[in-house]
Design a protein around this ligand. Sequence first.
Ligand SMILES: *Cc1c(COP(=O)(O)O)cnc(C)c1O
Length: 360
Amino acid sequence: MHVKPQILTLQAYKPGKPSEIVKREYGLDKVVKLASNENPFGCSSKVFEAIKTVADQFAIYPDGASEALSKKVAAFLNVTPEELLFGSGADEVIQIITRGLLKSENNIVCATPTFPQYAHHAVVEGAEVRSVPLVEGVHNLTKMLEQIDDQTKIVWICNPNNPTGTYVNEVELENFIRAVPESTYVVVDEAYVEYATATDFPNTIKLLQKYKNVIILRTFSKAYGLASFRIGYGIGNAELMAELNIVRLPFNTSMIAQVVAMVALDDQQFIEHCVIENTKGLEQYIKFCKEQDIPYFPSQTNFIFMEVENSGEVFEKLQSKGYIIRAFPQGIRITIGSKEENEELIYHLKEVLNHKIIQN
Ligand SMILES: *Cc1c(COP(=O)(O)O)cnc(C)c1O
């Protein structure tokens, strides 16, 4: 054993098979990947122009503090740049928060299933993970509160939740935060916030002034379609963010990532278009689920979770037809694609599910 013993209870992150490999393995001409909640419409076209303008800066270290980007995002969100902390994806901000806050005697409270990185990093730090099962795909905030004790350093609320797509509304979230002790940090991961259309979806930024122990996570990987560049950020109390900033690697976000994030933020028309198309796409899947009597969770995101049996088998069969989704023990998660991609996937999913019923 080389690493800290608790690390060997974890597994290295295993991504789904890349499209090229699936193509070759199954002898397919076309593969549609609806597995990682990436944007089927790509990113703002302004990004392509911006990239051409930075070619003379490749030999120079980036601005580690992401100053220009901080100013821009701060103005967009109506917060101060001091309240922001950028990372190589929200993933890295999760790591920075965990590294900065957790001692081995601490514990974290999170949901299950939820985004796995909260628990993953806590285990690396030797802290205890208290997972509270979702109820009907939704965070059980009452039970989560009960799990908090004086060693609880972080409570993670993934809102909307990945992989179920469900959300905690404004009243529920504020009531929860109010009940959490000040010495416990509440991290609200809003990776999919752009897609949320519910009128009672929380305006979490508003809560930051009142509750100094709240941190919000956002990313450019999902709705902004910039996953390959690795850029995301945390929003929180300026003093807290300044302390967490000490943990950050000197040059954790690249110059190119900072530049593309800035131009993408300027193109809110692109985001609006994607959200409208996404809502239509969700409706395609909901119609299908209702027709086929497949239980699903209402989603505020660009994916939908369906409770199907033998999810592993369903995944395999779809993959062999060139459609990559994600399987979980409780069901399958499908990223909303373009209209045509959704139609095709629904066609094949119907076949796979009906075929199975006949076999049984
Ligand atoms: C995708 C995702 C992230 C991480 O995104 P980055 O690409 O690291 O910015 C964080 N949280 C949730 C819930 C996600 O789904």
